[in-house]
Design a protein around this ligand. Structure first.
Ligand SMILES: [Zn+2]
Length: 102
């Protein structure tokens, strides 16, 4: 599903141009808009389900849930993981408790 330029700009401003998964600061051309809950898992195209992501995290995430993505990150680099966990905590505040990850 296409995301309008207006929506893209709004989300980049909201997320301060920082990848929500790894915390990397990004320039506009590096920014992907990711579905937190993938479309394939019945995620919606609304702001709540959309977030700024770098290309690496976006492609690693694919159809994974946020938790599944972090499980993949964990063995890689503990220091980077700590930083990612901070972002995860921040992100999780916006994810409703009643979401089911089908
Ligand atoms: Zn990233």
């Amino acid at each position: 599903m296409a995301i309008s330029q207006t929506k893209r700009k709004r989300l980049i401003k909201r997320d301060h141009g920082v990848c929500s998964y790894c915390g990397s600061g990004l320039i506009d051309s590096e920014i992907c808009i990711d579905h937190v809950k993938p479309i394939a898992r019945l995620g919606k195209n609304n702001d709540q389900n959309l977030t700024v992501s770098c290309r690496t995290c976006n492609s690693m995430k694919g159809k994974k849930s946020v938790i599944e993505l972090y499980e993949e990150f964990l063995p890689r680099d503990l220091r980077a993981t700590e930083k990612r966990l901070e972002h995860l905590k921040k992100m999780m505040q916006y994810i409703p408790n009643n979401w089911e990850w089908k």
